[in-house]
Design a protein around this ligand. Structure first.
Ligand code: 1HE
Length: 267
């Protein structure tokens, strides 16, 4: 483990590599010899990274080294655990992935190759997903005799629906990149090798937003979406007033009215 290698003042396991690009950080799953399988040190390192991210970082790109984004849970570790340890292990994944979903900054996942099992679960915890054409999605837990444990029952059912997730887990169905895009598993579908550039472009755009807006979108919007409508409307009124009241919003609105800000046009 080394702080120097990470480029950040934190200690990460060798299975993770972090680098800075101004206000954007890239975190790579860096264990390609095991297809970026998520072992305990890696999951703990992910929690450390997202918890200790410095204030100067405004968006993160999560990517994988080698031919695949992530082959999910490290199956080698699985045989060692009893029931109580299994529960603790799953809860550990929940805490780590919650640091992604409800952390300090928005996170863009760049996907390619296998995005399977826990790999799909970690991708689902990210806010924006870019998929290269090589991407495929599966939940092989069914065939391995296990169940999802990294929040997939909550996040994936929300993304693609309980019924599709049941099909994936019961039949071992594999969705290719185009199908994943149609289902909403990815937001952007790009050519082979183009994922990181696209991910960085999006992360830079996100990093340029007002921090209060990014906070509202990542922390408040999902809670509003899950609340009853009456609570949702009042929470929306409150957070929109908070965002508008921020100096950053006032400066941005003034810039637009004085014709100094870009218009909203077709890209
Ligand atoms: C692994 C893992 C792993 C590869 N844990 N070691 N996930 C899965 O069921 C997917 C399992 N993996 C695969 O199906 C394939 O490895 C891949 C399709 C992802 C890639 O295939 P390939 O031909 O490129 O690589 P490979 O030869 O299968 O694997 C290379 C090495 O990585 C090999 O080890 P080696 O020591 O023989 O070189 C593999 O054993 C190792 N490897 N994937 C451990 N996942 C919180 S609950 C979440 C539940 C789940 O995630 S279940 C889904 C688990």
């Amino acid at each position: 483990m080394s702080a120097a290698k990470s480029g950040f003042d934190m200690r990460l396991p060798p299975s993770l590599a972090a680098e800075r690009h101004d206000h954007v950080a890239i975190l790579r799953l860096a264990r390609p010899q095991k297809r970026n399988a998520l072992d305990d040190p890696t999951v703990d390192g992910i929690e450390t990274f997202f918890t200790q991210l410095p204030e100067t970082i405004k968006a993160v790109v999560l990517a994988g080294e080698g031919e695949h984004f992530c082959s999910g849970l490290d199956l080698g570790e699985l045989t060692e655990r009893n029931v109580a340890q299994g529960i603790a292990h799953s809860r550990n994944w929940h805490h780590a992935f919650e640091r992604i979903e409800f952390g300090k900054t928005p996170v863009v996942a760049v996907l390619h190759g296998a995005v399977v099992g826990g790999g799909l679960e970690i991708a689902a915890a990210c806010h924006v997903r870019v998929a290269e054409q090589s991407t495929y999605y599966a939940l092989p837990e069914g065939s391995r005799g296990i169940f999802v444990g990294g929040g997939g029952s909550v996040r994936l059912t929300r993304l693609i629906g309980t019924s599709r997730m049941q099909d994936m887990m019961l039949t071992g169905r594999v969705y290719d990149a185009a199908e994943g895009q149609a289902l909403g598993l990815s937001h952007y579908l790009v050519a082979p090798g183009a994922g990181l550039d696209k991910g960085l472009e999006l992360a830079r755009r996100i990093a340029g937003n007002a921090p209060m807006t990014n906070f509202a979108v990542t922390h408040v919007l999902p809670r509003i979406a899950e609340s009853d409508p009456a609570a949702g409307y009042i929470t929306e009124a409150l957070i929109s007033a908070i965002a508008q009241g921020d100096d950053e919003a006032k400066a941005r609105l003034k810039a637009f009215l004085e014709k100094r800000a870009p218009k909203t046009v077709r890209h």
